[in-house]
Ligand binder design. Sequence first.
Ligand SMILES: Nc1ncnc2c1ncn2[C@@H]1O[C@H](COP(=O)(O)OP(=O)(O)O)[C@@H](O)[C@H]1O
Ligand SMILES: [Mg+2]
Length: 588
Amino acid sequence: MRNGFFSDDEVVGRFYDARLIKRLLGYVGRYAALAVLALVLVLTGMGLFLVNPWLLGRIVDLGIRGRDADMLVKLGCLYGAVELLIFVVTYAHNYLLQVIGQRVMYDLRAEFFSHLQRMPLPFFDRNPVGRLVTRVTNDIATLAELFSSGIVMVIGDLVLIIGIAATLIGLQPTLGLATLSTVPLLAVAAWFFQTRIRMAFREVRTRIARVNAALSENLSGIRVIQIFTQEARRARRFDELNASHRDAQLDSVFYHSLFTPTVTIINAVCIVVVLLLGGHMHQTGALSLGLLVSFLTYAQNFFHPIRNISEKVTIFQSAMASAERVFALLDEPEESGCREGAALGEVRGEIVFDRVSFSYTGTHEVLHEISFTVAPGQSVAIVGHTGAGKTTITALLNRMYEVTRGRILLDGRDLRDIAKFDLRRRIAVIHQDVFLFADTVLENIRLWDPAVPPERVEQIAREIGADPFIRALPHGYRTELQERGANLSTGQRQLISFARALCADPAILVLDEATSSIDSESEKIIQEAIKTLTRGRTCLIIAHRLSTIRHCDRILVLHQGHLVESGTHDELLARRSFYHKLYELQFL
Ligand SMILES: Nc1ncnc2c1ncn2[C@@H]1O[C@H](COP(=O)(O)OP(=O)(O)O)[C@@H](O)[C@H]1O
Ligand SMILES: [Mg+2]
């Protein structure tokens, strides 16, 4: 079976994809001046590389064999100067290319991050966190490598190869062609090894993706694994994946290790050809000793760029694959109506569900023709078995998901005509599992809004009844919470989430089983807090506790996505139907 988690990590890109390259170059566009400068430097460096073997030949012929001490010194110094220049140019273009690569990576990550923040919830249902993190880190780093050591260097290497070939033929056509005769051999070897390296590399990628997926799942579920002591079983499973990755890696290393010595051997053949033929030509006087030295040096240098290019194939390929994945995510439409849409003025808080049906998947409907009205300031409870669709109703209300059919009205206006940001500022949803950020208590309550002064936060906490326990923390409101609030109790986390909601001062409040995991000790505080919270607001309350539901103006009974009953607690009990059964099951 195809596993959604890593399926698209297994896609291996083509070596070259014009569409992707064009889009990637768009990012370099901002640094066009730097890129052009880098290219000029690379080409200059390659030009200098071409000069020195020739100079070497001149030194041998004019300086050494010609016994011209003056010339020897001059040419020797020139040779040194060229080497120094190569040093400077190489340093400069290496640095520049890294600068470009890092800037592009910075830009891509920034774009990706803000894009992710604007993605609608269904997107996160489809894309596990682990995969998104891989995109932002690995894939974008691979792209940066393409810029820092890929494209420009390949152009430079190509120019160098052509330059050397032209120089060889220009200096001595016969010997030049003989030297180049080994190139087809090299081409065949490069093709043979690179195809195998590519195949092995594809396996490596596939398998490392599996290792990553297994690792991240294991860490997320570590509690379950430890509680049910499944460590050994999980370790065995991980071991299989780990070993399979190692083997794939070793396959790729096998060909990789063989490739370099093969190039060296072919290079040696080439040099032997130059030595034998060139040596013979020198003996017959057709070639000066200096030229022979130049030829040998060129032949020696010739193979570096060829090997470089064939190795760049891997970088190109993984960059294309990464680009494909990164762009696919960047192209996913962002939350619509985030910024535009009519502004929402003062909210009274009347909610109308008008024959609302909804499906997460497009096939299976989880809500069927739900209709109800909540008057401004009313508290309405929603009860029903797990999976009845209670949470779904709340997710439709703040447009985390869009209704499939029917409509939801707020103060008589269709939600779809209200800007989402605007809407969400008026609705606070409190869930059972509270998410706390690794920051201070203060920031967790005011959510980094500098417009809310610390005194206001403390006042809110007092109203909620959270103040005493917060003061008892080591640094009070400035206490750093651990990730997800691991250093607080469930009740304390819940109180902070209440304070957070009160701080947002919403017109509409939604409590989704916010009280179900509270121990009876904190129950009293929580009940008081809820009273404070709900005062003067329209409230939708999903609760397991009778004490919470009983005081609601009305109770909606949901069963398998259908609204089966509604009324006050007493009315519904008197009817002795669905609610009555639920009541007996849950509360008695
Ligand atoms: N993100 C989702 N994607 C697909 N199906 C979902 C999603 N969330 C909930 N469901 C399904 O929708 C139905 C109602 O779920 P939910 O509203 O969470 O129920 P409740 O809150 O009443 O327990 C369930 O059958 C559940 O499997
Ligand atoms: Mg629920």
